[in-house]
Ligand binder design. Structure first.
Ligand code: SAM
Length: 299
């Protein structure tokens, strides 16, 4: 526990998929004037430096956000990708890409102070929760944001249903402990009984592990049993050429995570057609070779 630090991964292909979808969902939900509550159960540190030691060590943004921003796709991007690139660019007004926003700041950038939207954040890591609290202090409209160093799964219980009766719950654990997979499914199941009309968004890594493989299937079953619509999207950037050609013993780059997925219950009806356009563009911009591709399915 606590060996995961999102700073090593900020802006990677998984963040691109997750944050692009998050923006699309939030833009849809904030099109109505009624107040919206966003609950981010696993918030991370909030803001990341792309030139930090963390980011430099792993270089994951180079195969994610930075690659996309520099690609020909960026110039003719679909609306979802264009919105995502514009939002991140807003954190880098000098034009130099130095800052990458995590989910709390992605959400905060879309939420509306005047509509009394609320952002509830949970982060357990001692250092990252402190960093997050410090970053929130800098926000002008900070009354819309509250943050606790607490277990996001447990805390969600107390918050559903929200007073506004309109909410998006983002669940983005690090899956450091394999029980996280079962916990996500159990929490979604319980949340749907407390607040059936909420939008739920779960991120998960596509890795050769039975728990990871079965999570989207379990979520599909839960949503179908509750009679709620769902959407499932994955992005696989494939294995890098250097890795694919490496012989045993070669000093090739470590494979790292090549694919991830998002699963939504009660997604906006606009999301599927928008992703149908955006996902192939992401594969074109970020694909590295063997295994690259995407999946988009919905009920
Ligand atoms: N959502 C963030 C974003 O998109 O920028 C990234 C979150 S990162 C993948 C997962 C975070 O969850 C880590 O910072 C980790 O410390 C934190 N964490 C792990 N278990 C937790 C729990 N039970 N409750 C709250 N936070 C937890």
């Amino acid at each position: 526990m606590f060996s995961y630090r999102h700073g090593f991964h900020a802006g990677n292909h998984a963040d691109v998929l997750k944050h692009m979808v998050l923006i699309a969902v939030l833009k849809h939900l904030t099109a109505k004037p009624t107040a919206l509550t966003v609950i981010d159960t696993h918030a991370g540190a909030g803001l990341y430096r792309l030139d930090s030691d963390f980011a430099g060590t792993s270089g994951e943004a180079a195969d994610g956000y930075l690659k996309l921003a520099a690609s020909p796709t960026a110039a003719a991007a679909s609306p979802l990708i264009a919105d995502y690139l514009a939002l991140v660019a807003g954190f880098n007004p000098s034009g130099k890409l130095k800052i990458y926003p995590g989910s709390p700041f992605v959400a905060q950038a879309v939420l509306r102070d005047e509509a009394r939207d609320r952002l509830r954040l949970f982060e357990l890591h001692p250092t990252d929760s402190k960093a997050l609290a410090g970053h929130i202090e800098q926000i002008e409209a900070k009354r819309m944001v509250s943050m606790e160093r607490a277990d996001g799964f447990e805390s969600l219980r107390k918050l559903l249903p929200p007073p506004s009766r309109r909410a998006l719950v983002l669940m983005d654990p690090s899956y450091e402990i394999k029980t996280d997979y079962a916990r996500v499914a159990a929490v979604v199941q319980e949340a749907l009984t407390r607040f059936a009309t909420g939008t739920y968004m779960v991120w998960y890594p596509v890795i050769p592990r039975p728990e990871a493989h079965s999570l989207p299937k379990r979520l599909k079953t839960l949503a179908n049993q509750a009679g709620k619509p769902w959407l499932h999207a994955t992005l696989n950037i494939g294995q890098s050429e250097a890795r694919a050609k490496a012989l045993p013993g070669d000093d090739a780059p470590r494979p790292g995570l090549t694919a991830s997925g998002v699963f939504l219950v009660n997604p906006p009806h606009t999301l599927k057609p928008a992703l149908k356009e955006a996902l192939p563009q992401l594969v074109e911009a970020l694909g590295r070779g063997r295994g690259q591709g995407q999946v988009l399915e919905a009920s």
